[in-house]
Design a protein around this ligand. Structure first.
Ligand code: HPA
Length: 269
């Protein structure tokens, strides 16, 4: 596995004149618009990168974008891999391993999710303060000792300093932020009403089908993580979740998220 990661990283370096990104960014459903704001130097389609799985979900473009945001070097995943697509957890998290080999020092993740906290509204941005993992753990199997410990600590999983920076920037930019716990399930079904109530009862604020595997793998490698969920539906209301709605709401709230990510990247140490 480590060899495959290194081989893919070497391929990417060879095709980007050794581009060394400081920040890795994962763009979630409907949030790919952030890529338009990247001063792009190189784009690589997943299908052209050896070792990369290929994204199958509608609304997910599958490519890596290398360039600058506010003068900082970034690599963005436009489209991610989901467990429900049939990929293994190792495949889902492979790009994060590769980005670490390319040199990222921070990981920014975004997703669309269903609000469970009843004070949340559609279109809200929720800063992820913690998560509950209801998927198989991506670290099951032989540990890659060279990359991180067998039993990684999950305190401060979502970096407190980055959360404070987000709060400060959101105040300056007049962006309303919610904060909460992301519950990661496998999907692809949206939750039943009883499941949304269960997620709420165990301490969740938003429900989704991604992010947690990538964050676990990033933390395994001690990379600080910042995560934002766009609330695209409210699970405990009577309305029915639907993928088009999720994409539409994602795009609408995307502008706020883009501004927040941009300013945060500018302010990184
Ligand atoms: N549940 C799970 N994943 C989601 C949801 C939801 O309600 N909305 C967007 N992604």
């Amino acid at each position: 596995m480590l060899e495959e990661i290194k081989r893919t990283a070497a391929f990417i370096k060879a095709h980007t004149e050794n581009f060394t990104p400081e920040v890795g960014i994962v763009l979630g459903t409907g949030l790919g618009g952030f890529a338009d704001g990247i001063d792009t130097a190189w784009t690589l389609e997943y299908k052209d990168i050896p070792g990369f799985p290929v994204s199958t979900v509608e609304g997910h473009k599958g490519r890596l974008i290398f360039g600058e945001v506010e003068g900082r070097k970034v690599v963005a995943m436009q489209g991610r891999f989901h467990y429900y697509e049939g990929y293994t957890m190792q495949q889902v998290t492979f790009p994060i391993r590769v980005m670490q080999q390319l040199g990222i020092r921070y990981l920014f993740v975004s997703n669309a999710s269903g609000g469970i906290n009843t004070s949340f509204r559609v279109g809200d941005l929720m800063v992820i303060t913690d998560h509950i993992n209801l998927m198989p753990n991506p670290l099951i199997g032989r540990n890659l000792d060279e990359l991180g410990p067998r039993f990684p600590d999950m305190h401060n999983c979502y970096d407190k300093e980055l959360i404070s920076a987000a709060t400060r920037i959101a105040e300056e930019e007049n962006i309303k932020l919610q904060y909460g716990v992301y519950v990661g399930g496998t999907g692809p079904t949206f939750e039943t009403q009883a499941e949304y109530r269960y997620f709420k009862a165990i301490g969740g604020d938003a429900a989704g089908m991604s992010t947690v595997p990538e964050v676990i793998v990033a933390r395994h490698m001690s990379i600080p993580v910042f995560g934002v969920s766009v609330i695209t539906n409210c699970g405990l209301s009577d309305e029915v979740g639907d993928h088009e709605d999720v994409q539409r709401q994602g795009r609408k709230a995307g502008a706020k998220m883009e501004l927040l990510f941009k300013r945060m990247i500018k302010n990184l140490k």
